[in-house]
Design a protein around this ligand. Structure first.
Ligand SMILES: Nc1ncnc2c1ncn2[C@@H]1O[C@H](COP(=O)(O)OP(=O)(O)OP(=O)(O)O)[C@@H](O)[C@H]1O
Length: 253
């Protein structure tokens, strides 16, 4: 039986998956990685999908972001049925509405931090001056203002990941997808990265979907979906987030 996780709010979820199934074939063996999976991801929150290695987290993220098609089921992102979009429309959707952060940073070795962040903005058609301004603001937001002229080889792992986050943030996407963003980082840098992702959701209203097997991230998310063997097993709000949310609603006198 599939787990059905509905949003408790009346707002339309930013992402919706209904009975999503995905299998891979290796040789003669077909293995099902996602089993009729149904979930909603609420807008403006940092949702963490946690679970052991191989349980299907990255596959789910790739399907929800339109990078991979599902074998069966429906996926809606910002109200668009992804399987109904042509390849070109899907590429346009991803360019205009989504940002990605990956475990391996995916930076160009020859470009400075500033150039890395400007590049997708030029693909989006932003004028040069506007692209530069947005890139600088994003790099400053992740604390890299003084290091924006440096290339990846001159940056630490944590700084490289912050460049990747600034690159995604500068696009001002409604949806930000992060696949194991902290797993190449030590504890302190992992904490900085997840705090930045959380702040982006809070301050910009961005829907942030992060998949990770790193248990240290659980307390930093607004919502945690625990996954195992291609199914969502539980859906909860971590205690730390409940405290933060009630403090945000009730400012002290
Ligand atoms: N393109 C592919 N072809 C064949 N099998 C695949 C493919 N992509 C993923 N798989 C398999 O699907 C299963 C789920 O992989 P997935 O990467 O989604 O898991 P994960 O939970 O993200 O793991 P990790 O935490 O290690 O990144 C794994 O058994 C993997 O080997």
């Amino acid at each position: 039986m599939s787990a059905v996780l509905q949003s408790s709010s009346t707002a339309t979820p930013a992402l919706q998956a209904r009975n999503v199934r995905k299998s891979f074939v290796s040789g003669r063996v077909e293995s099902t990685v996602l089993h009729d999976l149904t979930l909603d991801v609420r807008a403006g929150e940092l949702t963490l999908i946690s679970g052991p290695s191989g349980c299907g987290k990255s596959t789910l993220l790739a399907i929800l972001s339109g990078l991979q098609p599902a074998d069966a089921g429906d996926v809606r992102a910002l109200g668009h049925e992804l399987s109904g979009l042509s390849m070109r429309a899907l590429e346009h959707f991803r360019l205009q509405h989504t940002g990605f952060v990956f475990q391996g940073f995916n930076l160009f070795p020859a470009l400075s931090a500033l150039e890395q962040v400007e590049l997708p903005l030029s693909y989006m058609g932003l004028a040069k001056g506007m692209a530069r301004q947005r890139a600088i603001e994003s790099l400053e937001e992740v604390g890299l203002g003084p290091r924006m002229q440096l290339r990846p080889a001159e940056l630490s792992g944590g700084e490289k990941q912050r460049v990747a986050i600034a690159r995604a943030l500068a696009k001002q996407p409604e949806l930000l997808f992060a696949d194991e963003p902290t797993s190449a980082l030590d504890a302190a840098n992992g904490q900085i990265v997840i705090d930045i992702l959380h702040r982006i959701a809070r301050n910009h209203g961005t829907t942030v979907l992060c998949v990770s097997h790193d248990p240290r991230l659980v307390g930093h998310a607004d919502r945690v979906l625990a996954m195992e063997d291609g199914r969502i097993l539980s859906d909860h709000v971590p205690a730390a987030s409940q405290v933060a949310a009630s403090e945000a609603k009730e400012p002290s006198a």
